[in-house]
Design a protein around this ligand. Structure first.
Ligand SMILES: *Cc1c(COP(=O)(O)O)cnc(C)c1O
Length: 473
């Protein structure tokens, strides 16, 4: 199994990015009854190779450019194997795997300019990391500790994020019991960054109306365009207004490892908390998100409970408090830290930074090619690794339809897989370059594939118009 998977990773670029799952395969899952008797491992492995492996999402492939997905590494896979073999539970207790996680949290703090005693925890992804940070922020308001007993119902707490903030920020407000409306969405400027004048106006209006502003969420690397909010200004406003400054740096924060891009993130290191992913740009296999909280004690003040059966001792297995279960909602937790350790120590921050630089160089190359191609239009400035563009041709009225169909044509072809988003009301083809395996050749293939599907579509449109002309005559 190990040899076959290593080979499959080695040759991943030779297969399709993605292929639709045949109905028979889908049915094999949907109709399968609960097994009563066990099967041989070999038979299960055969089912895996026949029905699962060929129909995975495809993010290992260098021409997977949809959404923002990391490509994974063979080293990460081996770390997962070792971690599963140990089967450690990192909720707490005194053992080496917990020390590994403490080490990678300390390294993460170092990576982002947080103090060495910042707290943090590895979680599924930035969705959970944002939630933990936002809940921690609610406990930091006046009388915040009482909210843990009484709930937030009696308070009119409100927070702010740009209109381009990730959907998980609004969901965090929902899950924290604040309600999505308590997250004020701040309009963007022409570069798709939070409009600071609008932010200060909204804070003043809320205060005048008796609301209690407690939080501002900046994004470094928005999902739509990769834009970066004005972080230093946000930090200043948060300090003036007494707000918690949280950063969603899900993928973009990693740009701090690239010397040419790090200046774009100036101010990130002033945040009270940061959510980011190791499974995107750092290529750690899914799942591996992380939350950091600057001031020691804040995170535990939001999550720690004292339950008799989890009592902490001075020695023995129950020593070594605080435990990771004091820093988030999970008690039982896997050994994600091992694959993060293998990535940080195996490649070093320099190589990880090189991957970021490479992705952003490719994005600038793609943007330039788009601008040099008559039938293409660039829809947003390229800050990091995301390029939003579209086909514009005179013969087709509904360009949203055309661009949407072209993206589906490309995905179904298995050659290249970008995704879509909406920019300024129009449908954009969106290429997010995250995978360490992607090269300039892959960008050229994206443009060639797009161009040939466009020719096919235009020929169809011409034929339909000609037939309508005949019918009309
Ligand atoms: C991916 C992403 C998230 C969500 O992170 P998950 O790891 O998918 O939970 C949040 N914010 C931004 C900006 C993202 O790119």
């Amino acid at each position: 199994m190990l040899d076959a998977m290593l080979e499959s990773i080695r040759h991943v670029s030779q297969g399709p990015v993605w292929q639709p799952m045949p109905d028979t395969v889908r049915e094999s899952f949907r109709a399968a009854p609960l097994p009563v008797a066990g099967q041989e491992l070999e038979a299960l492995y055969q089912q895996f190779t026949a029905t699962v492996q060929p129909y995975a999402v495809g993010n290992r492939h260098p021409r997977f450019m949809g959404w923002v997905h990391g490509g994974g590494t063979a080293q990460g896979m081996l770390a997962e194997m070792l971690a599963a073999g140990l089967n450690a539970n990192l909720g707490g207790r005194d053992h080496a795997p917990v020390e590994v996680e403490r080490m990678v949290i300390r390294w993460a703090a170092d990576m982002f300019g947080f103090p060495p005693d910042a707290t943090g925890v590895l979680v599924t992804g930035s969705s959970m990391a944002n939630f933990i940070a936002i809940l921690t922020a609610t406990r930091n308001v006046a009388n915040g500790q009482a909210l843990r007993q009484q709930g937030v119902g009696g308070r009119k707490l409100v927070g702010y994020a740009g209109e381009s903030a990730h959907g998980c920020v609004a969901r965090a407000f929902d899950m924290a019991g604040l309600g999505e409306q308590a997250l004020r969405r701040v309009p963007l400027d022409s570069a798709f960054r939070m409009d600071i004048a609008a932010l200060t106006r909204m804070i003043a209006q809320d205060k005048a109306a008796g609301y209690e502003p407690f939080l501002v969420v900046g994004t470094a690397g928005t999902v739509d365009t990769g834009s970066i909010d004005p972080l230093n200004t946000l930090a200043d406003i948060a300090a003036q207004e007494g707000l918690w400054f949280h950063m969603d740096g899900a993928f973009g924060a990693l740009a701090r490892l690239a010397p040419d891009l790090a200046p774009l993130l100036a101010g990130l290191e002033r945040a009270d908390s940061l959510a980011f992913d190791f499974h995107k740009w750092a290529q750690v296999p899914y799942d591996a998100g992380c939350v950091l909280v600057r001031e020691p004690g804040r995170q535990a003040a939001a999550f720690a409970q004292s339950l008799a059966y989890l009592s902490r001792e001075d020695r023995g297995l129950a020593a070594g408090a605080p435990w990771f279960c004091d820093l988030g909602p999970d008690l039982s937790r896997g050994f994600r830290a091992l694959k993060v350790w293998f990535a940080l120590a195996g490649f070093g921050t320099q190589k990880l930074g090189d991957v970021v630089t490479q992705s952003c160089t490719l994005a600038r190359y793609l943007a330039q090619r788009v601008q040099d191609t008559p039938r293409l239009e660039l829809l947003a400035p390229v800050t990091l690794n995301i390029v939003c563009f579209r086909v514009v041709v005179p013969d087709v009225d509904d360009l949203d339809w055309l661009n949407g169909e072209l993206v589906k044509d490309m995905q179904v072809s298995g050659i290249v897989a970008p995704s879509t988003t909406r920019i300024g009301g129009v449908l954009a083809i969106r290429a997010a370059l995250v995978n360490h395996r992607t090269t300039e050749v892959d960008i050229n293939i994206l443009l060639e594939t797009l161009s040939s599907f466009l020719d096919v579509r235009l020929a169809q449109v011409q034929m339909i118009k000609a037939m309508e002309g005949v019918a009309g005559a």
